[in-house]
Design a protein around this ligand. Structure first.
Ligand SMILES: Nc1ncnc2c1ncn2[C@@H]1O[C@H](COP(=O)(O)OP(=O)(O)OP(=O)(O)O)[C@@H](O)[C@H]1O
Ligand SMILES: [Mg+2]
Length: 304
């Protein structure tokens, strides 16, 4: 029977002498999602990813990818996994296209793949330029193109936006979110920046000093801050009735009411109230922000 998970680790650990950078990780990555692997510097992200890619051996625990144990089906599994770890590798004296062609030859992949991946990462126009003349963002995209050769089902990216400017980050972000939708590729992406993960991932695993502190939907993480929407509106009772009818839990407090809802709903609620002739005089977000929740969780990290 197929399990629900594309990647599943049980008790995954890595020990170096007396130091344990990865400690008893239970990761669960679902097919078709963008999974954000979030943790401060030194948390153990790259070490974990190296184990997922069979580059280093776990000290204990197991890794299943596509329902098969990695240690037993290594080459079969890895032939369907594309990856970029830490920084892209390429030859600067070759063009982008030549780099990709070389990988095709090495991996015995049809050369037609080159055009396909160049198109996906939007490097078709720059394909004949030497890779060393590429901007940082273009180099990063070339790295992702390399990872996409051979049509992997799973893409593992270790901090792909590291060092990029906002425009470069935006480009990578757009690339990543379209992977499941347009190419049927599941993405596992690491970052130390909450915002990065928040904008692309639907599920998240938070790692800190080698331990998994949280795993779940992005919305579940947000809920840990107990967010609410504070509203001042007239007439009060009518407003409360409307909100109840629309399915929002609401309680009257001094000078207003608190709606227990995702802050992202605030504008929708506002619009509906106004359309129903309610006078809204104040609307704000209460509770702890996602940043607060994350900082609280990883508090005490030396690197923060
Ligand atoms: N070969 C090794 N021998 C000893 N310690 C190591 C080795 N590789 C990594 N470490 C240590 O393991 C810890 C986790 O490192 P890792 O690179 O996995 O963290 P990371 O989450 O990827 O951090 P960053 O955000 O800085 O990339 C660090 O303290 C690092 O120094
Ligand atoms: Mg790292």
């Amino acid at each position: 029977m197929m399990s629900e998970w594309m990647i599943e680790t049980k008790g995954l650990s890595k020990k170096f002498r007396n130091f344990t950078p990865v400690d008893q990780l239970q990761l669960h990555v679902r097919e078709g999602e963008v999974y954000g692997f979030l943790g401060p510097n030194g948390a153990g992200k790259t070490t974990t990813i190296r184990m997922l890619l069979g580059l280093i051996r776990p000290s204990s625990g197991s890794i299943h990818i596509f329902d098969r144990e990695l240690s037993r089906y290594r080459s079969h599994i890895l032939s369907q996994v594309g990856a970029m770890v830490e920084s892209p590798s390429y030859y600067g004296h070759l063009t982008g296209r030549e780099n990709l062609k070389l990988t095709c030859t090495l991996l015995r992949i049809p050369e037609a793949e080159v055009d396909r991946v160049l198109d996906i990462v939007r490097l078709s126009r720059a394909q004949h330029k030497l890779a060393r003349t590429y901007s940082l963002g273009m180099k990063q995209r070339l790295g992702i193109a390399q990872a996409l050769l051979g049509q992997p089902k799973l893409l593992i990216l270790d901090e792909p936006t590291n060092g990029l400017d906002p425009a470069g980050i935006q480009e990578i972000r757009e690339l990543i979110v379209q992977m499941p939708r347009e190419h049927g590729i599941t993405v596992f992406i690491s970052s130390h920046i909450l915002k990065e993960i928040e904008l692309v991932a639907n599920r998240v695993g938070i790692i800190h000093t080698g331990r998994l502190l949280f795993e779940g939907e992005m919305s579940e993480l947000r809920e840990q801050g107990h967010p609410f929407i504070r509203l001042h509106a007239e007439p009060v009772q009518q407003t409360i009735d409307y909100l109840h009818t629309w399915g929002y839990p609401v309680e009257a407090v001094d000078h207003g009411m608190n709606i227990k809802a995702d802050p992202a709903e605030a504008s929708v609620i506002n619009r509906r109230l106004i359309m129903n002739h309610v006078d809204v005089s104040h609307l704000s977000i209460g509770g702890r922000s996602l940043e607060d929740v994350f900082l609280e969780m990883t508090k005490g990290a030396d690197s923060l």
